[in-house]
Ligand binder design. Structure first.
Ligand SMILES: CC(C)(COP(=O)(O)OP(=O)(O)OC[C@H]1O[C@@H](n2cnc3c(N)ncnc32)[C@H](O)[C@@H]1OP(=O)(O)O)[C@@H](O)C(=O)NCCC(=O)NCCS
Length: 194
């Protein structure tokens, strides 16, 4: 897995920060001009120009969005589909190598402390890191919530809502997302969940 790049981290001169901001803005504007289903490697380069830790062999459709003050790492040969949304604040989202993140998947690391004493229920904003391990496949429209880890080569069914950690080598689905099948390496087939 490649090392993380955090936007805006480290001590930098004012001139350097301004140059970075301009680079990010130009890269973001170019992404919006790119065709929807073409040049996924060039798009990955433009996301890298925006300061995200995207491996050069990753492929990302131009309509995918990364928003917020997050550290994002996207590994080797990983694919991110049409209108996928990766967002949060003060946290990291790590996607391993050889992952397939289907279209309209949302990966959201930001949340709030609940505050019943104050005027609003959404209290202090917080971020909880998300880890998606190597070889994971996430189906169309799934929602990955703050703080979860999805184990290696797990499969997440279309439209699922992932609220808890997902074991490796399992097929999981539903809301809340739970294992429906578990790979048995002895027989190279699937068993019902334990
Ligand atoms: C998760 C998935 C891969 C499982 O496929 P599968 O191994 O053939 O699973 P099955 O069809 O045998 O289903 C097993 C059980 O899980 C349930 N299930 C499967 N997918 C589900 C989903 N997305 N949401 C809720 N339940 C689901 C089935 O209803 C079944 O439950 P049952 O045994 O009570 O009837 C598949 O259903 C899926 O969601 N594929 C993603 C499609 C997609 O996103 N395409 C976009 C391009 S990548």
């Amino acid at each position: 897995m490649i090392s993380a790049l955090k936007r805006g981290s480290g001590k930098k001169s004012k001139k350097c920060c301004m140059t970075n901001k301009i680079t990010r803005t130009v890269a973001g504007s170019l992404l919006r001009l790119m065709p929807r289903f073409a040049f996924p490697r060039l798009n990955a380069f433009l996301f890298r120009m925006q300061g995200y830790g995207v491996h050069p062999s990753a492929r990302i459709f131009s309509t995918a969005r990364i928003l917020g003050d997050i550290t994002v790492t996207i590994g080797e040969s990983t694919f991110i589909g049409h209108e996928a949304l990766i967002m949060g604040g003060e946290s990291s989202i790590t996607i391993g190598k050889n992952c397939d993140i289907s279209s309209r998947v949302s990966i959201v690391s930001g949340t709030h402390e609940t505050d019943m004493a104050g005027d609003r229920s959404a209290g202090k904003g917080i971020g909880k890191d998300i880890v998606i391990d190597d070889g994971v496949w996430i189906g169309f429209g799934a929602l990955i919530l703050p703080g979860v880890t999805i184990g290696r080569k797990a499969v997440i069914g279309a439209g699922s809502v992932v609220t808890r950690d997902i074991p490796p080598f399992t097929i999981c689905a539903g809301n809340p997302c739970r294992p429906v099948k578990r790979w048995n390496p002895g027989t190279n087939s699937f068993d019902p969940p334990a």
